[in-house]
Design a protein around this ligand. Structure first.
Ligand SMILES: Nc1ncnc2c1ncn2[C@@H]1O[C@H](COP(=O)(O)OP(=O)(O)OP(=O)(O)O)[C@@H](O)[C@H]1O
Length: 568
């Protein structure tokens, strides 16, 4: 209600309101009102409004909300442009149905601008653009989308209405100017009952907890918690896709009679189906990465569990904001290592985050499920490899933390972390190079012998191993031959060179060498005779002189007289 009148009255807006407070309608309604007000009606291929949002799931969600309205206004066509679909189909659909309102993710929209040759001149279609909306604007304006967004903005007419929306709005003026806002109105909506001066970013009815526990206790605490809350709906955030894959699989085996689904950015086509299906579930668990952190409006999420703290402070607010939406109750819990406890203080004072947190003590004597996880890895190579990949990705993600003063990779207890992943052995990776882990007991078996449960995969693996064995033997043979060949070649070359040198010496220089030698011997003999008094100094001098005259020849006797010794 604070934004709609402003955005409609030709004002650029930068709106900030807590998660789940209804920001989508705050731009959908003005878009329709502005397009309805146009004097010159939009033709089919003319784009009147564009909404850009960081993820496909968010674009799908906004597209759905918009479609409830455009059903009442059939004169407006809308089109969803997101990755994971065939761009040519998008072009055909655009040409067939038109695109007065585009809902898009940056990558696909940029791609469509570059497809003039494929029959869509989007650049000319946007000349009549009235409204541009950047949803989750601070995310769109950060490094990750910089190139795509700049390309898109360059194609858009400067004369337009621009609106930025987020729960953690960018405060940097240069970002606002970059997005094309002209003296924008900043709208910061406070929760009812919260003092206007408060900068709290999370919904008032969100109960925010943190639990301090060691890496090798976290998973046991998580499993215990989930077993106690089976009838509810939870989102569990991990830092990487590989962790989602591994722990999602583990939870499926360890938490019975609960629908457990996984979603992350590296999934190609399943994402939309999983997202749509989970939204409709009355209870269940969605194991996810930050692809689900922002904007996703899943009704009735009871708990947001952050197994790994998010890589940025604003991501913390958005993750928590998947629950306690539009006035509903909801809870969030973040797991922190003892050395990460200062993150709580950081969150409560950081302007972007500002949220009150309560401690939840780890429960004592929870069941240790890690041995079960190990036996899963021992019986199926797929699980073993998932675990190793997840651990490596987790360590690498940790090193890239935005709050690296709190999340210090050099102080990370890798042995405890590896135990928490139920690893059978430590993986080889640069971060572990040169380190030893006395507190981590690898299993005694050779992990190369662990087979895939899937017969085909195991057959493939065996074939590959056989091929590698053969290649290794061949390479060894080749290396020997090459070494010998090279050696013998080198040796031959040396021999040849030596013979040539010897030959050259024989031809050119051996008499000089012999002669010089002879001279030296004579001098030595003379000197000895002088020392023994057998000859006098005069005789010694005379003999030296007479020797030089007889034995010395020019190098090149074909030319004129003998040259002096120095010249030669
Ligand atoms: N005026 C309203 N009355 C009741 N429900 C509303 C109202 N406006 C929006 N909602 C509902 O509130 C929920 C959250 O809205 P929306 O997703 O737009 O929040 P948001 O502020 O964009 O959240 P986020 O910051 O997470 O993106 C949606 O289910 C929406 O249908």
């Amino acid at each position: 209600s604070a934004t709609i009148p402003l955005f409609m009255s030709n004002k650029d807006v930068a709106a900030e309101a807590v998660t789940g407070s209804g920001k989508t309608l705050a731009f959908v309604i003005p878009i329709l009102e502005i397009l309805l007000r146009r004097e010159e009606k939009l033709k089919k291929m003319q784009v009147g409004a564009i909404v850009i949002t960081p993820t496909r799931e968010l674009a799908v969600q906004i597209n759905e909300v918009l479609s409830y309205f455009t059903k009442q206004f059939p004169q407006f066509s809308q089109i969803l442009l997101i990755g994971g679909r065939n761009p040519i189909e998008d072009i055909e659909k655009f040409k067939e149905q038109g695109g007065n309102i585009i809902i898009a993710t940056p990558g696909r929209l940029e791609d469509m601008f570059r497809r003039k040759a494929d029959g869509l001149d989007l650049a000319s279609c946007v000349k009549s653009l009235d409204v541009l909306v950047l949803d989750e604007a601070d995310r769109l304006l950060d490094m990750g989308f910089e190139a795509s967004l700049n390309t898109i903005l360059d194609f858009l007419p400067k004369q337009r209405r621009t609106g930025l929306f987020s729960a953690t709005q960018t405060q940097e003026v240069e970002n606002l100017v970059r997005a094309g806002l002209r003296n924008p109105v900043r709208i910061s909506v406070k929760e009812k009952g919260v003092a206007a001066s408060s900068t709290q970013k999370t919904p008032t009815r969100l109960e925010n907890y943190y639990m301090i526990c060691k890496s090798d206790e976290k998973f046991n605490q998580l499993v215990h918690f989930l077993r106690q809350h089976k009838q509810e709906k939870h989102l569990i955030f991990f830092s990487t896709c590989a962790c989602v894959e591994y722990y999602g699989k583990a939870l499926e085996c360890l938490v019975k009679n609960v629908k457990i689904m996984c979603i992350h950015g590296k999934m190609k086509h399943k994402r939309n189906k999983i997202f749509t299906e989970f939204r409709q579930l009355p209870s269940g668990i969605l194991v996810c990465t930050d692809v689900m952190a922002r904007g996703i409006d899943i009704p009735e999420v009871n708990w947001v569990l952050q197994y790994d703290p998010p890589s940025s402070a604003s991501a913390f607010v958005h993750r928590c904001g998947r629950t306690a939406r539009i006035g509903h109750l909801g809870s969030a819990l973040v797991f922190l290592l003892p050395m990460e406890e200062s993150y709580v203080n950081f969150l409560s004072i950081n302007q972007k985050v500002k949220c009150p947190m309560q401690e939840m003590k780890p429960l004592k004597n929870v069941v240790d499920v890690l041995p079960k996880l190990k036996s899963m890895a021992l019986s199926d190579r797929a699980m073993f490899e998932k675990g190793m990949k997840a651990f490596v990705s987790c360590v690498q993600a940790y090193a890239k933390h935005e709050c690296n003063l709190i999340f210090r990779i050099k102080d990370l207890d890798f042995a405890s972390l590896a135990r928490g992943f139920a690893l059978l052995r430590m993986p080889k990776m640069p971060e572990l190079k040169g380190k030893c882990f006395p507190d981590f007991a690898p299993i005694s078996i050779d992990t190369d012998s662990i087979p895939f449960k899937d017969k085909n995969r195991e057959k493939q693996r065996q074939k590959l191993l056989e091929q590698k064995r053969k290649e290794r033997l061949e390479n060894e043979g080749k290396r020997k031959f090459i070494r010998n060949k090279a050696w013998s070649k080198q040796k031959a070359k040396k021999e040849k060179k030596k013979q040539i040198t010897m030959k050259r010496r024989r031809e050119e220089g051996s008499n000089i060498e012999d002669e010089e030698m002879e001279e030296l011997l004579n001098d030595t003999r003379l000197l000895k005779r002088l020392k023994k008094g057998k000859i006098s100094e005069e005789e010694f001098e005379k003999k030296l002189m007479s020797r030089d005259k007889n034995s010395y020849t020019c190098e090149d006797t074909t030319t004129s007289d003998c040259c002096s010794k120095t010249e030669c």
